[in-house]
Design a protein around this ligand. Structure first.
Ligand SMILES: Cc1cc2nc3c(=O)[nH]c(=O)nc-3n(C[C@H](O)[C@H](O)[C@H](O)COP(=O)(O)OP(=O)(O)OC[C@H]3O[C@@H](n4cnc5c(N)ncnc54)[C@H](O)[C@@H]3O)c2cc1C
Length: 459
């Protein structure tokens, strides 16, 4: 049968663009369909603008600290509108870059919202397109119905487009997006209160990072309300009323709904292919990124595995290589490093202490906590925390965790060592680079404690 295309990609975000370009490079005839802006979440309303806002907050820290280093800076002032217009120009520039990348690879861009209409068929506006392979790369969006009344509150999408900052804000949630924006807003002068269900923020991260993140947020002025997610929210004029389980009402001029994200599957027509969604509304895929429908694959956030840009890109490229390249390959997601861009940031690769112990390892825990040189000089309070988890039986490094300036840059490099199976003696043999914070990872002499496997402990 003749098709219009070899590959039709639904969604031109991180994963969709990567897959489309790689497939075209292998000689496939490809079109990518995008309903919003090319570049997707990461470039337009995620990683990139978020980090640009973090940089804005970091300049505030630098200005405050500069006096201790001999600088006099008169009347510094942050203007959100100026940041917002510079940010809009930068995301538009990046969007154009993505357009050029698709053009350069000879991928046809089709603008509009795609709807699948049975095997090999997609409808976009008036057009009916067919392809040998369909790729679902439609990403995820903020959940807007997690709490009654939350639909009126801003999500990260709207926050990043604010023209002025509120004086006070509530952040609901405690995942990485909630923590990042709580930290950034508070550094930009907003009085922030965070409300969340659990005891500590950042579920899934190592507990020692979680407790220190909570302490760092508190130290930067964020009021934490663990175990206190509102049960409903009411609009009252320009204000929002957060109503707690005990009926206590708190009023805020601005509320950030950071209660989670859900895969973009609504209205996609997946039922015409017989695809049944998973419990979080995701498109289930196997190790080859194949859905239950023939010739239909899915990658990135819409599959709700590890919702990170590099994962979506790696999956997109692997899939294109498998479908159109010389030999199929799979993506190994067993060792994915990740960062949280709070101030200071944190980063992690490998197992958390509880995961390592639950997996049956006897774990030597090496830790270091210190005031970094740059802070000590100005009598700053900010601490750096480092943690190395080592298998006591064979000395293999199982996990590396850090909270402190440059943590994401440091952990990214150490992730290479971990993926090579690095051991503690190899860390010890590495000559340190001085004076750096990273050198502390080479200078961890004795474990602070040993954690036995969870099964042995619980027996
Ligand atoms: C505030 C925020 C901060 C983040 N920070 C980081 C970070 O620091 N590091 C990191 O690794 N990740 C971060 N992420 C996550 C990252 O952005 C995503 O993991 C990544 O963008 C996923 O790529 P994707 O290709 O799966 O989906 P997306 O990039 O979301 O692309 C999907 C595209 O599909 C389009 N689409 C959807 N439905 C249709 C349809 N029916 N027809 C046509 N087009 C459609 C959408 O418009 C979108 O452009 C962040 C996310 C957010 C929200």
């Amino acid at each position: 049968m003749d098709y219009d295309f070899d590959l039709l990609t639904l969604g031109a975000g991180s994963g969709g663009v990567a897959a489309s370009r790689r497939a075209a490079m292998h000689g496939a005839k490809v079109a990518a369909i995008e309903g919003s802006r090319v570049g997707g979440t990461c470039v337009i309303r995620g990683c990139v603008p978020k980090k640009l806002m973090m940089y804005a907050a970091q300049y505030g820290d630098a200005i405050r600290e500069a006096a201790g280093y001999g600088w006099s800076i008169e009347n510094p002032r942050f203007e959100m509108a100026r940041w917002a217009s510079a940010k809009a120009a930068e995301t538009s520039r990046l969007e154009r870059v993505y357009h050029h990348l698709l053009e350069g690879a000879k991928v046809e861009l089709i603008e509009g919202w795609a709807r699948i209409d049975g095997p090999h068929t997609v409808i976009v506006g008036e057009r009916r397109l067919t392809a040998r392979h369909l790729l679902i790369a439609t990403g995820a969006s903020p959940v807007r119905d997690s709490i009654p009344g939350v639909e009126d509150c801003a999500t990260s999408d709207e926050l990043l487009d604010l023209q002025s900052l509120p004086q006070r804000a509530a952040v609901i949630g405690s995942g990485y997006i909630a923590c990042e924006f709580a930290s950034i807003l508070s550094r930009l002068g907003v009085e922030v209160s965070m409300f969340f269900r659990s005891r500590l923020p950042l579920r899934g991260f190592d507990d020692d990072l979680r407790t220190r993140t909570a302490a760092a947020l508190t130290a930067s002025g964020v009021h934490l309300h663990p175990g206190a997610a509102p049960t409903r929210i009411q609009r009252a004029g320009d204000s929002f009323m957060l109503i707690a389980a005990d009926e206590r009402v708190r009023e805020f001029p601005f509320v950030l709904n950071a209660t989670g994200r859900a895969p973009n599957t609504r209205g996609l027509g997946l039922e015409t292919l017989g695809i049944t969604l998973g419990p979080a509304g995701e498109v289930p895929v196997d190790a080859k990124l194949a859905t239950t429908a023939a010739d239909v694959h899915a990658i990135g956030d819409v599959t709700n595995k590890k919702n990170l840009t590099p994962v979506a890109i790696a999956e997109g490229r692997a899939l294109a290589d498998s479908l159109f390249g010389p030999e199929p390959r799979e993506v190994d997601l067993s060792l994915v490093s990740s960062a949280v861009f709070t101030l200071p940031p944190l980063a992690t690769v490998g197992m958390s202490e509880s995961e390592a112990s639950a997996a049956g390892h006897s774990v030597d825990v090496y830790e270091s906590e210190f005031r970094p040189m740059r802070q000590a000089f100005i009598d700053g309070k900010e601490q750096t925390y480092m943690k190395l988890l080592v298998d006591a039986s064979d000395q293999r490094v199982l996990g590396i965790h850090m909270l402190g300036t440059d943590a994401p840059e440091i952990i990214q490099s150490l992730a290479v060592a971990m993926s090579c199976g690095a051991t503690k003696p190899q860390f010890d043999r590495t000559i340190a680079m001085h004076p750096t914070a990273a050198e502390e990872f080479m200078l961890l002499r004795a474990p602070t404690r040993r954690v036995e496997p969870a099964a042995a402990r619980d027996a």
